[in-house]
Design a protein around this ligand. Structure first.
Ligand code: TIU
Length: 226
């Protein structure tokens, strides 16, 4: 086996073999990134997430060029809401609830326009799409089996939002033995302070949940190989 690639990262260099690594794009859906969707119903300024798209597009292009496994996730629910716990449906005071008709279709419902991934990052043939009802990508999905079948051991983690679905998924993955590198400019939050602390929490304590690096460091390592 060839030497692993090394990424300059916090808290120390992240080593990975692209053949055993998947790029994970978490919930880059219109519902979170664009106006008129779930994120906005919760009272958030969705423009905060726009800055993630351009660097993440470069990372996606790099993964496609390198022939890496690419996995997209989407948070959402069945049209009859049978997979949406009342605790989630009834939480808080959103302007519209999950399942309500919004300008981009029913809020956070599978098959609706708003639920789908934004055009800039749309999956292409051969890429995996995981539909998940929760914040974590392992809960009630077949992600664990998909990773096992692909002999994937490391995850390059991107998407939204940093402290919610990204964090939950990284924690789930870390407990399952996966080494996660979170790309700091390819994850986004509606809250600047949660972005900062969310990233710090991953790399703190010697990398308690994983590693953090800007995408330029990761792409430099990936491109050095080719
Ligand atoms: N609200 C929020 O920050 N995030 C979510 O509800 N889901 C994801 O992070 N995908």
């Amino acid at each position: 086996m060839s030497d692993p690639l090394l990424v300059e990262a916090e808290p120390y260099a992240y080593a990975f073999d692209p053949r055993h690594t998947a790029l994970l794009l978490i919930d880059m859906q219109r519902d979170f990134v664009e106006p008129g969707g779930f994120g906005e119903t919760l009272g958030n300024d969705v423009s905060m997430l726009q800055q993630v798209i351009a660097p993440l597009r470069d990372v996606l292009d790099g993964a496609r060029k390198a022939g890496m496994t690419v996995i997209h996730t989407r948070e959402g629910h069945l049209p009859d809401l049978s997979d949406c716990p009342p605790a989630k449906l009834n939480r808080g005071a959103p302007s519209m609830r999950i399942g309500d008709p919004g300008p981009k279709g029913r809020i956070l419902i599978r098959g609706e326009y708003g639920h789908d991934i934004i055009d800039e990052l749309a999956p292409i043939e051969g890429e995996i799409v995981i539909d998940k009802p929760g914040k974590g990508a392992f809960y009630a999905t077949d992600l664990a089996q998909v990773l096992q079948a692909g002999d994937i051991r490391s995850l390059i983690v991107t998407g939204v939002t940093t402290e919610v679905c990204v964090h939950t998924t990284v924690r789930e993955a870390n407990d399952r033995g996966y080494e996660c590198l979170v790309l700091s400019d390819c994850v986004g939050s509606y809250f600047a302070e949660f972005q900062r602390y969310g990233l710090q929490m991953i790399a703190a304590q010697g990398g308690i949940f994983g590693w953090v690096a800007p995408s330029v460091n990761y792409l430099k390592a990936l491109e050095a190989r080719s």
